[in-house]
Design a protein around this ligand. Sequence first.
Ligand code: PMV
Length: 371
Amino acid sequence: QRSFIVSSPGKTILFGEHAVVYGATALAASISLRTYCRIEPNEKPEITVKMQDIETNHSFPLESLPWDIVPPKDVLHPPNTLNNEIVTALEKLLINEKNNVLNYLSMLCIIYLYLQIGSPNQGCIITINSEVPLGAGLGSSATVSVGVATCLLLFFGFIQPPKEGEDYSRHESLTLIENWSFIGECCIQGSPSGIDNAAATHGGLIAFRKSTAKTTVMKQFLTLENPLSVLITDTKQPKSTKELIQKVCRLREGSPLIVDSIFQTIDGISRSAIQALESETDVRRLREILGQLIFINQKMLEALNVSHITIDRVIDATKAIGPTKLTGAGGGGCTITLRNNDCSNEMFENAITKLNSFKNSVYDSLLGGPG
Ligand code: PMV
């Protein structure tokens, strides 16, 4: 049995959050912050999970897992929904973890995937370390799902690691990883759209649109000729994605014509961004176009009432360096700032000093890096 280390990137939504829930186009990009996941053989017949970031170190004897209710293994054809019987059995197994939600959900994801991909006869140790801040809307849970799914598929021999010099970027193993990580995300997020685990698997830029019936999803992979860097600021203001989605829903119920036209505008913003990314070869001009779109998208999100005073503060502090918008659900969480072409190092440093004085965490990240 060999050991493997894999890593996967967090994501940021560049354009289209909230409107995407109602069928508009959104654009997500992988960022430089990554989660690292290691799998190694366990001498004991146990699965041991170590997550340094949330101070977890737990072992489960393999014989305590509900193997009897797991349907016959078909690892190469992942399901697209959760098996409720397995979830109920794992809820019982993990009852003592329930007071620590992050720990509980991560365990649910890991053991659920282990039951489907792993074996009752071979224990392993899974160690996870993450640079992606938890619960900040940067897709941390998807990085865990992708890392664990990849480690298990490698460890149990369903996929092979890339050979020296091999281009893995459109490798067929990635579809298997994406589909299993979607199942892991379902354990953590309930009913995710699939954009986070797609970004964490493939990296790069992904255009995304789902029908309002939420049954079909359109995904388009874009390639970025020149890397674009953004500043990601974590306001540290806790937010609830679910509540913010409900808030937009209520606003729409009250003023359907107006809110639908905002969604249409946001769809136009995402499409204009895609067009620019596909055709604009002058990186300065590309920054200019994307900057204008960031500015307008933020105004639309403010109109939807999902911005927050902590986000306004970041917008103000970063004014001199470039346009800023919230990313993800809003109500706090993270923002992204695209640097203007004429942003000097001094302007940049001043903005960072201001942001640090608010106790925000700031990350300088390249967009669209590898999966
Ligand atoms: O904050 P996050 O990363 O959970 O992003 C939520 C994005 C929404 O558009 C508000 C919801 C969704 O499922 O697309």
